[in-house]
Structures are given as C-alpha cells and as structure tokens.
Design a protein around this ligand. Structure first.
Ligand code: NAD
Length: 503
C-alpha cells in the first residue's frame, strides 16, 4: 500500500482535527450522530469523559459517554438492518469494505495524528496501526468475494450430495481496548461486515478520538443505516451490550479481569464468543544467535508501543553461553532509545496511555524492588510531565516472581537463562498465558522444531512482530478463545450450514 505523504503530522493539526472533525458528545446510531445528554451512569457517576494527551497529561477534549438506553437504540437499529445487510451480495459488502479502506487512506494523516495525540504512540507506529487496519478491510473484501455460496462436501454413489454454505452469526457486540485503536477495531469489524453481520462497536473510552472518526467514514461512504453503530461508553455500556438478549455474538479484546466478566455476561442466552486477552510471551535467544540483531528483536518485542502490546515478548529466555554479552549490548541499546513526544520524528518510545497505566507499571516497579530483582536498566518513572517510564530490564528473574507471571502491559522485560533447548521450551511455556513467542536462532530447523513445542498462537522466527492479515491471531490457555484475522477470523462471524440432497 502506498502511504500518503505525512507532512502534516503535528500536534497542532491533530488538535484541529479533534476540534473540527471528531463528533463529540454523540453516538453513531442508525446512520446518524445522536446527541448524548449529560447524565449519571448506572454507578452514579457523571457521564463526562476527559480525553488526555499522554505526552503532557493535559486534557485534549471532553465528551459524554453513552448509557444503556443508547444500547437499546443501537440494538434496534442493528436488528432492523440485519435482513438487508446479510442478504446484500458479497460484492456489495466488499465494495463497502474497500470504500472504508479508501476513505482511511485519504484521511491517513488525520487518523495517524489522532492516534499519536490520544494514545501517545510514536508517529511511525501509528502509521503501521492505520496501515494495518486499511490492509485488513481490503483483505476481508477479497476473502468474502472468493468464498463460494455453496461448496460440495461429499457425493455418494446413491446420488446423495452434501453441500455446505455459511450464514452470518447475526448481531455482534464488538468491544476493543485502547492500545491499537484502529487496528483492533478492523480485526473485528472487517470480518463481521464481510460475513453479513450487523454491529454494535464499543471502542475504549480512553482513545475515542481516532475511533470516532470511523463514524464520519461510515457516513461518508453511505453504509446502510444501522449496519454499524458506534457507542462511546465505559463498562456499563459493555455490560449492556454483552448481556442483551438480541446480541448473537460477543467479540472482546481486553484484560483477563474484564474478559472473565464478559464471559459471564455473554452466558445469558448462550451467545457466541471470541476473547482476545492478555499475554506474557517469551522471546528465546539461542546460543548461535547474532547478538546485535537479537537485541533489536528483544527491544522491538517489548518497547514498541511502550510495551502496551498483548503479544509483547516480555519474558526473555537467553542461552547461558551468550547471556553476559547479550545483556551488555541490550543495556547500551535500551539506554540509547529516544524517549519522548510521539509527534517528534526521532522518538522511538512514547509515553504510556494514561495515568492509570502509569500507576499500574509503577506498582510492578515497587514489586520488583520488594522482590529484590536485579535491575539492568530502568525501573523508574521519568521525572517529566506526561506518563513516561524508563524502558526496563530485570535479569535473573525467578519463575516465582510476580513480574515473571503477571502481564505488566508496559516497557518492562524480565529475563532468565537456559542451558539446553528442552529447558528453553519449558521456560517459554511457563505461563498461564500463551499468546505469542519469538525465537532467535541461526538454525532454522532447530527453531521450527522449538516452534512446534512452544504453546502460542503466533510465533516469529528471527523477525519483528509483523502480523499479516492472512495470519490467525489468538492464544492458548488464558490468552483467550478463538482466532482473529485470516480465514479463522471470518469463520468467527459465520455459522456453517450443511444441506443434504438427493437426485
Ligand atoms: P480492559 O479489559 O480494561 O477494557 C477493554 C474494553 O472492555 C474497554 O472498551 C472497556 O470499556 C470494556 N469493558 C470494561 N468493563 C466491561 C464489562 N464489564 N463488560 C464489557 N466491556 C467492558 O482492557 P484495556 O485496559 O483497555 O486493554 C489492555 C488489555 O487488553 C491487556 O490485558 C491486553 O493484554 C489486552 N489486549 C489483548 C489483545 C489480544 O489480541 N489478545 C490485544 C490488545 C489488548
């Protein structure tokens, strides 16, 4: 994909976009922006939500959040739209998906700018986020066009034939977190629309600025009313969506704590469910690895997006023979990372997304101190405005440490050493999570053998965390249920139907 020229990416232009183009205090329901009145939430709080610039901690804008009454309106709209959308031809649905991608390409700079402004991520990372989202809409436009209406499963001599077709699962509740706003939404929305489902989308209340732009895009391309409804809301809106009797499918990406609640909420009425949850993924560096390159992969795996990645390779397992040299190089490279404002082109790591996330990482620094962990570098908040912490590496971390076991969701790496492959595999699998892994080795055959034995839904060998739209995404164990992306990602929004007929 050709990226549009990005000369306009400044905080000032992003603030202008936020002020002039993002529709605040409104939900996108039945093809219109519906004003959200000031009110109190179910938990008796004001529904005013401040949106912050993580670089300074200052408020960029305030908006109002939906209540469960908006969920009712949105479900009604999605229900009315379902018959028309599910019966629209696949070429028509594909045309709308490509139109979303075209519009995102035209507004590329604006979407990147809002992502940097509201999430804090460096420009280059935000460009990848938006670029991957565009690729995802196009991928599902192609995939659905290629899917035959009927496929033959078997033909018997008696003349009996078994045919298979797919139906959309129905009305879907899509709930996303804040760490990759545009891309996580596309992984759900693109296959859901391709399959013929109608949707209630609840983006994270923390990063509403880029997500609300999607409403403008859907309006502009003339997507039929009610097919997608966007509800800026917090937990109570998520609860109302996931427990609503007319919702057929819940697809949730977020923390395990909330994932467990969502599973309970969705149990009512036996809803279909996909969960993309946490991770504590391993990066295994073998004795024959190129140390300099391995350090680049380690840094990419834990400091990209300031470590706020579900697939962050936050546990380093390095062969004992190269450990000393590797840690020397890793320390130098980590300490030379450019940390700062996401809008500065030289920035390699930005701030954390919020004060809440800052406190969460600080809590783990305190645990590390209490556990007396060896800190190679970092381990502290940075004394500047905004939500900045130092990129951090702990060495000789025991498997009993909280930092070995729990997801920090920040730029914090824990590490240990191994002496043979069996031990490396055991350590890599020593987690309640099993989302992703990276293996660094000069021996591809040995690395592939290791990949067979490491429990993870996605494994990179000698590569940064590139995620292709045709790959499957999701984990084993407590990292979730189901797969996004690829053919599996489409199946998540379809039900197969078999038809047996005879001559
Ligand atoms: P979170 O669980 O706090 O929130 C996620 C979403 O759930 C938000 O939109 C939130 O408003 C909503 N929500 C909160 N309570 C709810 C409820 N009771 N019912 C329904 N919805 C509710 O997560 P977060 O802090 O936004 O994101 C960080 C977490 O997400 C991390 O644990 C990370 O590992 C995980 N994550 C996983 C993946 C993956 O693909 N596996 C990807 C990104 C993030």
């Amino acid at each position: 994909m050709e990226m549009l020229n990005s000369t306009d990416l400044t905080r000032e232009t992003a603030i202008q976009t936020a002020q002039n183009e993002v529709v605040l205090n409104a939900a996108y329901i039945n093809g219109d922006w519906v004003t959200i009145e000031a009110s109190v939430t179910d938990s008796n709080h004001s529904n005013i939500q401040a949106l912050y610039d993580p670089n300074s901690g200052e408020v960029i804008a305030t908006t109002r959040l939906c209540t469960s009454a908006h969920v009712e309106q949105a479900v009604e709209a999605a229900d009315e739209a379902l018959a028309g959308w599910s019966q629209a031809s696949v070429s028509e649905r594909a045309r709308y998906l490509n139109a979303i991608a075209d519009s995102m390409e035209q507004q590329f700079d604006k979407l990147v700018g809002l992502s940097v402004l509201n999430n804090g991520k460096p420009i280059e990372e935000a460009k990848i986020d938006v670029g991957d989202a565009i690729a995802c809409y196009r991928y599902y436009a192609n995939l659905i066009t290629e899917q035959a209406t009927w496929s033959k499963v078997s033909t018997l001599e008696s003349g009996i034939r078994l045919l298979k077709t797919y139906s959309p699962v129905g009305i879907c509740a899509l709930i996303t977190p804040w760490n990759f706003p545009m891309v996580t939404t596309s992984w759900k929305l693109a296959p859901a629309l391709a399959a013929g489902c109608t949707v209630l989308l609840k983006p994270s209340e923390v990063t509403l600025l880029p997500e609300l732009m999607l409403g403008n895009i859907l309006s502009e391309i003339g997507l039929p009313k009610g097919v997608v409804n966007i509800l800026p809301g917090a937990a109570e809106v998520g609860t109302a969506m996931t427990s609503h009797p007319l919702i057929d499918k819940v697809s949730f990406t977020g923390s395990n704590v909330v994932g467990e609640k969502v599973m309970v909420q969705a149990a009512k009425g036996i809803k279909d469910i996909s969960l993309e949850l946490g991770g504590k993924s391993a990066i295994v560096v073998c004795a024959d690895a190129d140390i300099d390159y391995a350090c680049d992969l380690i840094i990419g795996g834990i400091f990209t997006n300031a470590g706020q990645i579900c697939s962050a390779t936050s546990r380093l397992v390095v062969h004992q023979d190269i450990a000393e040299q590797l840690f020397d190089t890793l320390k130098v490279k980590t300490e030379s990372l450019q940390i700062g404002d996401g809008f500065a082109t030289e920035t390699q790591m930005g701030p954390l997304v919020s004060e809440q996330q800052l406190n969460q990482v600080k809590k783990f620094f305190d645990v590390a101190t209490a556990e007396n962990l060896d800190c190679l570098t970092g381990g502290e908040l940075l004394e500047v405005s905004g939500y900045f912490v130092a990129p951090t590496v702990y060495t000789n971390v025991p498997a009993t440490s909280q930092l070995w076991m729990e997801e920090v969701f920040g730029p914090v790496l824990v590490s240990t050493t191994f002496t043979n492959d069996a031990e490396a595999i055991r350590l890599a699998n020593d987690s309640k999570f099993a989302l992703a892994a990276t293996i660094v080795s000069a021996d591809e055959t040995a690395a592939l053998e290791m990949a067979l034995q490491i429990k993870a839904g996605h494994i990179w060998i000698n590569e940064q965390q590139i995620v292709l739209p045709e790959a499957g995404w999701g984990g084993f164990k407590q990292s979730g249920i189901g797969r996004e992306l690829g053919g599996d990602g489409l199946s998540a929004y379809q039900k197969s139907k078999h038809v047996l007929l005879t001559d």
